[in-house]
Write a protein that binds this ligand. Structure first.
Ligand code: TRP
Length: 450
C-alpha cells in the first residue's frame, strides 16, 4: 500500500485495535476483580500496576519487536532467531498455555450467553444478593446448560478463525469495544452512587502495604501477563504484522493503558456493589457475575443495559479467544503442514472437550487436580506458571542472546525515532524480570523460603 498520512493513521489504529482486542477481554472484567477481591484490594492493585509497568510492558515491547524482526509466527520466530537453542521451547510453552487458557475461557464466555438470555427474560428484576448468588451457582453447576454455551462459544471462535472473517470482527470490534467502554462508565456512575460505594472504593484503592505478601506479587504477576496477553507468543504473531513505520513503544504503552483502564473501571463498577449488597469480596470466580446483575437491577432500564453489557462482554471475549486459537492453529499448520481447515476443526473439538471437563469440574462432578477443580487448575497453571515461564525465557533471550543493536534498531525504526529508557529496558530484560520471576517461582515451589 502506498504510504500517505491517512493510511498510516488507519493502520496505526488497526494495530492498536487488534492488540487491544486481544488484551481486553474476560481477563479484565471477570478475572481481575475476583483476583483483586481474593488478594486484599488496594495492596494488590499497586503491585499489579507495578507488574504491568516493569514486567508486562517490557515483554510486550519485546514480543512485538521479535515478531516484527522475524515476520513469522512465534515458534518459527525462535527457530529462526535462535536456531537449535533452548528458546524454541517458548513456542511450545505457548501452545500449552493457549490450550489451557482456551479451555476455561470458553466456559466463562459461555456464562455470558446464559446471562444474555437471563437479561431478556427479566430474571434479574428485583434481584437480591442471595438470589444473584443462587442464579450464578445454579448455572455453573447445572451440567448441560453451561456445556452447551461453552461449546457454542468455542465453535463460534473456530468459525471465525476458519473463515477468516477476522477483518469483519476487527471492524466491528472497533465500534463495539468503545461501546463496551461507555457502558462500563455508565455502570461506574450507578455503582459509585450506591449506598456503601465508599467502602468498595476504599477496598479497591486503599494501599495497605502491610497486606503485600509474596503470594500477592505472584498473583499480580500472573494477572498482568494474562490481561496483557503476553508470555505466550500472541504479541509476537501480532508484531509480525505490524508495519515497519509503527512506533512499537507507544503502541505497547497505548495497549497496556487501555487494558489497565478497563480493568480498573470494572473494579469501580463491581466493588461498590459488593460492599453495598453484602457480597464477600473473596467469593471467587463468580464475583462479576453476581455483583454486576445487582448493579443492573438498581438501574433505570437495567435489563437493557444488562443485555447490552453481556453481549459486549461476549464480543470482547471473542476478540481475545480468536487471538488464542490462532496461536495454536498457526503453530500446527506450519509444523505439520496440515491444512488450516483441518487444524482449526480438530483444535476446536479438542479444546471444547477440555472445556466440557472444565465446566463439569465447577460442581456438577468432582474433577480435581492437586486439590483444585480442573478449571481452576488450568487457570492457575497457565497464568501463574506457563505465562511467566514464557516471559522469563523471552526476557533472557533478548537480554543475553540476541543482538542488542538489531533489537534497538527495530524499536527505533532504524534510528528514525527516539527510544527513551534504552538502558532501563535492557536492565529489566537482563536482570529485573528474570530475577523477580525466578524468586517467585522458587518460593512457590518451596525451594526457597523468604
Ligand atoms: N488478555 C485476554 C483477556 O484479558 C486473554 C488472552 C488473549 C490471553 N490472548 C492471550 C492471555 C494470550 C494470555 C496470553 O481476557
Amino acid at each position: 500500500m502506498e504510504s500517505n498520512s491517512r493510511d498510516g493513521f488507519s493502520s496505526k489504529i488497526g494495530v492498536i485495535a487488534a492488540a487491544a482486542g486481544s488484551a481486553i477481554g474476560l481477563g479484565n472484567i471477570w478475572r481481575f476483580p475476583y483476583i483483586i477481591g481474593d488478594n486484599g484490594g488496594g495492596a494488590f492493585l499497586i503491585v499489579y500496576l507495578l507488574c504491568v509497568l516493569t514486567l508486562g510492558i517490557p515483554i510486550m515491547i519485546g514480543e512485538f519487536a521479535l515478531g516484527r524482526i522475524s515476520r513469522v509466527n512465534a515458534i518459527a520466530t525462535f527457530r529462526n532467531l535462535a536456531p537449535k537453542s533452548i528458546f524454541s521451547i517458548v513456542g511450545y510453552i505457548g501452545l500449552l498455555s493457549a490450550f489451557c487458557i482456551l479451555s476455561f475461557y470458553g466456559v466463562v464466555a459461555g456464562w455470558c450467553f446464559s446471562y444474555i438470555l437471563k437479561s431478556l427474560s427479566g430474571e434479574f428484576n428485583n434481584l437480591t444478593a442471595d438470589k444473584a448468588d443462587l442464579i450464578f451457582n445454579n448455572l455453573i453447576t447445572g451440567g448441560l446448560e453451561p456445556i452447551f454455551w461453552q461449546v457454542a462459544f468455542m465453535f463460534l471462535t473456530g468459525f471465525i478463525v476458519l473463515f477468516g472473517i477476522k477483518n469483519g470482527i476487527e471492524k466491528y470490534s472497533k465500534i463495539l469495544m468503545p461501546l463496551l467502554f461507555i457502558i462500563i462508565i455508565i455502570l461506574d456512575i450507578r455503582a459509585i452512587t450506591l449506598a456503601n460505594a465508599s467502602d468498595g472504593l476504599s477496598f479497591l484503592f486503599k494501599f495497605d502495604f502491610s497486606k503485600i505478601t509474596l503470594n500477592t506479587i505472584f498473583m499480580a504477576l500472573g494477572q498482568a501477563f494474562f490481561s496483557l496477553s503476553v508470555g505466550m507468543g500472541t504479541m509476537i504473531t501480532y508484531g509480525s504484522y505490524i508495519s515497519k513505520k509503527e512506533n512499537l513503544l507507544t503502541t505497547s504503552l497505548n495497549v497496556a493503558f487501555a487494558d489497565t483502564l478497563v480493568a480498573i473501571l470494572a473494579g469501580i463498577a463491581i466493588f461498590p456493589a459488593v460492599f453495598t449488597f453484602g457480597i464477600d469480596p473473596s467469593s471467587g470466580a463468580g464475583l462479576a457475575f453476581i455483583s454486576l446483575p445487582m448493579v443492573f437491577s438498581k438501574m433505570f432500564m437495567g435489563n437493557i443495559f444488562s443485555l447490552l453489557f453481556f453481549i459486549l462482554l461476549l464480543v470482547a471475549g471473542l476478540t481475545s479467544s480468536i487471538s488464542i486459537l490462532e496461536v495454536i492453529v498457526a503453530f500446527i499448520c506450519e509444523d505439520f503442514s496440515i491444512s488450516r481447515k483441518k487444524v482449526t476443526i480438530l483444535t476446536t473439538i479438542i479444546v471444547s472437550l477440555s472445556g466440557v471437563i472444565c465446566s463439569l469440574s465447577n460442581g456438577f462432578m468432582k474433577i480435581d487436580i492437586f486439590n483444585h477443580s480442573y478449571m481452576d487448575f488450568l487457570n492457575y497453571l497457565s497464568s501463574n506458571f506457563l505465562l511467566p515461564l514464557g516471559a522469563i525465557l523471552i526476557s533472557i533471550f533478548i537480554g543475553f542472546c540476541f543482538d542488542k543493536k538489531l533489537f534497538i534498531k527495530e524499536l527505533t525504526n532504524n534510528g528514525e525515532i527516539e527510544l527513551p529508557f534504552k538502558n532501563l529496558l535492557f536492565f529489566l530484560f537482563k536482570f529485573f524480570i528474570p530475577f523477580i520471576i525466578s524468586i517467585i517461582f522458587l518460593q512457590n515451589l518451596n525451594i526457597i523460603k523468604l
